[in-house]
Design a protein around this ligand. Sequence first.
Ligand code: GDP
Ligand code: IMO
Ligand code: MG
Length: 435
Amino acid sequence: MGNVAVIGSQWGDEGKGKIVDWLSSRADVVVRFQGGHNAGHTLVIDGVEYKLSLLPSGIVRGGKLSIIGNGVVVDPWHLLKEIDGIRAKGIEVNPANLMLAENATLILPVHQAADRALEAAREDAKAGSKIGTTGRGIGPAYEDKVARRAIRVCDLQHPEMLKEKIERLMLHHNALLKGLGADTIDPDKVYDDLMQISGSILQYAGVVWKRLEEARVKGERVLFEGAQGIMLDVDHGTYPYVTSSNTVSASAASGSGVGPRSVNYVLGITKAYTTRVGTGPFPTEQQNDVGEYMGQRGKEFGTVTGRKRRCGWFDAVLVRQAVKVGGIDGIALTKLDVLDGLDELKVCVGYELNGERIQHYPASQLHQAAVKPIYETLAGWKESTRGARSWADLPAAAVKYVRRIEELIEAPVTLLSTSPEREDTILMQDPFLAA
Ligand code: GDP
Ligand code: IMO
Ligand code: MG
C-alpha cells in the first residue's frame, strides 16, 4: 500500500475537494503541493458546507496531519483568516495538525496589486485579452520565486534580513507599478504588517521534507492534493490562459520534497462534462440551453470569485491527453447526476483543424482556438442518479456513458460521485490499495 496523488484533469473545479476529503479517511497525512488561494474547494459533510482555498481538504477530518508544501504560494493573511473561518465551524487547527513548509513562498499585497495592474494592462492593450485570473497574486508571486527575489516563510525568523529583502523586492515592484500607472506601495508598511503576523505564521512552520521522510519510514499513508487542473498547467495547458504552476502529478514530488517514486497512484478527478472559469479556448463549450442546464444543475459558480463557470460537453481528447501527461492511473468521475434528464449526450472524440482530423489538443494558441470538435452522440437517461451509492442503482444509459468515457480516455473510472455529499460516492477500486 502506498501514496496517492489527486489532480484535476480538466480546467479545475472537477470536485477535487470532495474526493480528497472522502479519501483522506484512509490517509495519515494530506499535502498541498502547488497553487495557492486561487483554488476553491467546496466540501459538504452532513449538510454542512466547508469552503477551503489554501488549507488541505484533509483538515476537516480529525486525527491527521495537513501540510502546505514548498510548491504552494502562501498569502499569510489569508491563511490566518481561513484558519479562523474553519475554527468557527468547529474544526480544530493547531501546530499539531497543520504544518507549513519553511521554504514556501509568500504572497504579499504587492502581488495582488501587480496581478490587477497586469490584467488591466492586457485589457487596455487589446479588449478580451486578459487571462481572467483570480486576482490573488498567484502569477506575480511565482514570478518572484523563479526570479530568486521572493520572501519565504523562513525569512520571517530574521527581521533585519527581512527588511532588506523587502526593500529590494519593492524597488523592483514599485518601478513596475509606476510604469503600469498603479499606486506604489511603501516597503516599511509591508515590513510592519508582516512582522505583526510573523509569530502566528511561524508557529506552523516546519521541515516538511523531513516529516515526509519520517512518514515513509513509519509506513504512513500520504495523500497529495493538487489544485487547478491539467489544462491550467503552465506547460501542458492552454498557455497563456493558464495558472502559473505545474498542476501535473510530477509536481507532488517537487512541491513537497519527496522523490518521484513516493507517488504510487495518480487519481485524476474528472467532471462528467466540462467547465472553465476565466478566458481562453474551450472547444466543447455550449453557450446555449445545454450549457445553461449544466450550469444551473451543477451550481457552476466559482468558489473564489463567484464568476459563472462556462459549461460544455465532455471532451475525451483533452482528458485522454491529461491522462498521459499527468500519469493518471484511474479516474474519479464526478457530477454524473448533473446530466440527468438530458435526451442525448455528446462526447468529443477528435478535432478538425484546417480540414484534417487530429487526435490531440495542439499547443499553438491559434490552433487551440481554431479546432472544431468532432462529436459522438450517446443516449441520455431520465432517471435520477443523484445520491446513487452503488453501480446497480445507475440506469443502463448512464453505465454506458461511463464505460464509453473509460474507453475513450484510456483509463478506468475507479470512483464515481453522484452528489456534493461526502458519502454519495461509489467505489470501484480503492486507490490506496492499488497504490
Ligand atoms: P474543486 O476545485 O475541484 O475542489 O471543485 P469545486 O469545489 O470548486 O467545485 C465542485 C463543486 O461541485 C462543489 O460545489 C462540490 O460540492 C460539487 N460536487 C462535487 N461532486 C459532486 C457531484 O458528484 N455531484 C454534484 N451535483 N455536485 C458535486
Ligand atoms: P481549483 O483548485 C478553476 C484559473 C483562473 C484563470 C487562470 C489563472 O478550485 O480547481 P490565477 O489566479 O491562477 O493566475 O488564474 O486559472 N483558475 C482556476 N480555475 N479552478 C481553480 O482552482 C483555479 N485556479 C485558477 O480562473 O482562468
Ligand atoms: Mg474549485
